[in-house]
Design a protein around this ligand. Structure first.
Ligand code: LLP
Length: 412
């Protein structure tokens, strides 16, 4: 069963009418389906059962504590990129020994915190970082587990802002450098070589780039093995593309079958770092129509959610379906815009939508990933509430910010 669907003309999430959620928690509000998130995670795990694997949910996609706790209890590991994300996982009760830590700009404080927490491995992105991790481990009298993030120079068709796996990108180290750094790491008393990693980009819709990247890092892992440097974990990163509009989504079961076939004969454990593919479709943003105005050329639907609440349309020109909470049939061409003082503040442009009136409610679809996570307080707008639905129950996952929260820590 789909997680969001119309029943008798009204939009539901699992067994909860979204109108009831809007009445109780007001708008704008993000609503997540627990069943949707767990279903995505469990399906992926099932597809990988034939091989040793660890699915590390990429926290940056949606770092709400209730989602982290939900996935942690289901057996997920996590991919983090900051000390803040690690702190969230500690609070959510996640196991640190299933955490991989990526990112090009780790600070001393962040490295120390992760060493002390006992994470699975640092995905190290430069020679300088390797030196820092080693020095901090020595200082703390510990051994730090590491993988090198290799930049496999694989082209993946996606938005240029979210493509990462080419030599022009800031991520990872080139193959030759990795081959030089591994022996140094293996010789260190304060480092344990544990894996090799890559991540080629996000919202990738075909299997081929993943298979090419996997081939590349397996080759390096095997070469290291021959030199006596044992790799345990092969981390292919995230980036599985989903359907926002009518694009054919990545066929994850098919890709998984190919990964299984490739990994089966190897001694390695496969790590994947999906973010979007686990949570995007399991989230919507509820908004209320404030005004309907006509410019003579265009009709604008002004809603109470804007680019500070959901940045993707403004930043990437991303498409998100918008549907009314009460089904209606008469259609009109409109722009759906927010209240912020920017022309870029739109949620949909030139979209044929069912006619709505001031006071009506709409849902912006497929925003469970990089929705709230990229929300800001621009225009001094408190960030929205977040609600988690489980069956018949809707519970607050994060209270709406208040105007007082906005000014916390500021000085007059
Ligand atoms: N692993 C690493 C090292 C990453 O950098 C990312 C995403 C992921 C995993 C998860 O990728 P996913 O499976 O979610 O595609 N804000 C953009 C997406 C940026 C992705 C950044 N890195 C958006 O809204 O489309």
């Amino acid at each position: 069963m789909r997680n969001f669907y119309y029943r008798a003309g009204r939009l539901f999430c699992e067994s909860v009418a979204l109108e009831a959620v809007a009445r109780r928690f007001h708008t704008p509000t993000y609503v997540y389906s627990a069943r949707g998130i767990l279903g995505n995670f469990r399906r992926l795990k099932r597809d990988l059962t034939a091989i040793s694997n660890l699915v590390c949910y990429s926290v940056k996609a949606n770092s709400n504590l209730s989602i982290l706790s939900l996935l942690g209890r289901a057996g997920a590991g996590f991919d983090i990129v900051s000390g803040g994300e690690l702190a969230r996982l500690e609070k959510a009760g996640a196991r640190p020994d299933r955490v991989v830590y990526s990112g090009v700009g780790k600070t001393v404080e962040e490295v120390d915190r992760a060493i002390r927490a006992g994470i699975l491995m640092f995905n190290v992105e430069s020679a300088g970082e390797l030196e820092l991790v080693e020095a901090r481990a020595r200082h703390l009298r510990r051994r730090a587990p590491i993988a090198l993030r290799v930049n496999p120079d694989v082209r993946a068709e996606t938005h240029p802002y979210v493509s990462t796996g080419r030599v022009i990108h800031k991520f990872g180290v080139p193959r030759a450098e990795a081959l030089a750094l591994y022996p140094r790491a293996a010789a260190s008393k304060n480092l344990t070589v544990r894996g090799i990693a890559c991540h080629i980009g996000s919202q990738i819709l075909s299997a081929a780039p993943f298979l090419r990247a996997l081939g590349e890092i397996l080759e390096i892992a095997d070469a290291l093995g021959e030199e006596g440097i044992r790799i345990e974990f092969v981390d292919l990163g995230g980036g599985f593309g989903i359907r926002y509009r009518n694009e054919p989504p990545l066929d994850v079961p098919r890709l998984a079958a190919k990964l299984v076939a490739r990994m089966r004969a190897t001694p390695y454990t496969l790590i994947l770092e999906p973010g979007r593919a686990l949570v995007a479709e399991a989230g919507v943003l509820l908004a209320r129509v404030l005004y309907v105005k006509d410019s003579g050329r265009k009709r604008f639907i002004v809603v109470d959610a804007g680019m500070n609440d959901l940045l993707r349309p403004a930043l990437y020109g991303a498409y998100h379906e918008i549907v009314p909470l009460i089904r209606s049939s008469r259609k009109v061409r409109v722009d759906v815009v927010g209240p912020l003082c920017e022309t870029g503040d739109f949620l949909a442009r030139d979209r044929v939508l069912p006619e709505v009136r001031p006071g009506d409610l709409v849902a912006v679809m497929t925003v469970g990933a990089y929705g709230f996570a990229q929300a800001s307080n621009y225009n001094s707008r408190p960030r929205p509430a977040e609600v988690l639905v489980r069956g018949r129950r809707a519970t607050l996952a994060r209270a709406r910010e208040t105007v007082k929260d906005l000014m916390a820590g500021e000085v007059v």
